[in-house]
Design a protein around this ligand. Sequence first.
Ligand code: SF4
Ligand code: SF4
Ligand code: SF4
Length: 382
Amino acid sequence: MKIINKPDNLFELYKTLCEQQIPVSEYKHFINSFLELKARDRAIPLTGSFELTPLCNLDCKMCYVHLDSNQFDYRRLLSTEVWKSIIREAYESGMRRASITGGECLTYPGFDEIYLYLYSLGIAPAVLTNGLLVDESRINFFKRYPPKSIQITLYGSSDDAYEVVTGHRAFTTVYKHIKSIKDAGIPLHLTITPSFYMRDDIHQLLEKAHSTGVPYYINSCLKPPRENTGRIANDITTDQYIELYSHYNKLNNRATVTVDFKSLPEQNRVGIPKTGLRCGAGSSAFAIMHDGNMCPCFSLRSMMAKPTEIGFKAAWKKINAFAVNYRTPEECNGCIYYHSCLSCAALHENAPSDGHCDPRICERTKKLVAAGVVPYPEIPEE
Ligand code: SF4
Ligand code: SF4
Ligand code: SF4
């Protein structure tokens, strides 16, 4: 894709796209990137994620959010009126993209009302689900009101494998639903969240996902479970991720070019103090948890503000100030691995020393580069 210099406005972007003879089919990509950059520059909360419920019809061993009925009384769920009021204020502040998640968002009693409310504002939401409730009647609903996309996370390649990870023999139903959603022409993609509990099934799961003919992705790490879930993360090792990504490349006819680990350049060890989160969390995006708390993203919860108490605008102002002033790990600024590395602020928050990167992330990045499953860093000319 050709590189377009930062245009000042959409007219200028359109002019450049025409001059560079960019195919019209690619305009959407450039317009979305343009809006994202402008939103970050101007601190507009363009994208919102709404966690309607921590309840779920599966019980995954590694889940970061799910609470069962002993841990959470469903009567504590926010009402549809409260959600709609948050959404309305978010829209008035500039939100134009939204995703609905959980727990299992389709178990939330007012799902349709909230979905259709977003629709009435001109926002087709993305729906993140485990797929178990996307039956014929739900598909008919989505055919009538198409979502931006449906994302189904898969947990196993068979009913037996699902039972080990989720406690339920849900595979056959979910697989059937995937086929029906695809046949209905509703935008769909699949994700795989690797965990220790999947054991060897993970490779069979990858092949099963591939066999659906639906786009599928592997999440890069497990989110640490929230304290109130009583769970601990049980991620797979870096070597297992490498095997998985290499398998993914093979299935998708992509080359995996390895290099000698010892030949890789060292990471930046000279710290450059800098503030501001590198991703859109808190500068163009926000997340609202099931209890109504706003945070920059569901993984970064060291700063929270409650729009139901202080109003959306005031809550966003706090979250944005946190994101703008966030002290990023010094070593990451100017590091040649920056574009190959996850370097997510939420991951670094688990690091032993404040303001510095977690050396385990550096090590992991180098291993992934050596294995050829993430891009080789661009070495600046001397
Ligand atoms: S399906 Fe998703 S929300 Fe439900 S328990 Fe599993 S990981 Fe958690
Ligand atoms: S965490 Fe990543 S970007 Fe930061 S110093 Fe380590 S390799 Fe570089
Ligand atoms: S803080 Fe990490 S998990 Fe959150 S949006 Fe940024 S990169 Fe993603």
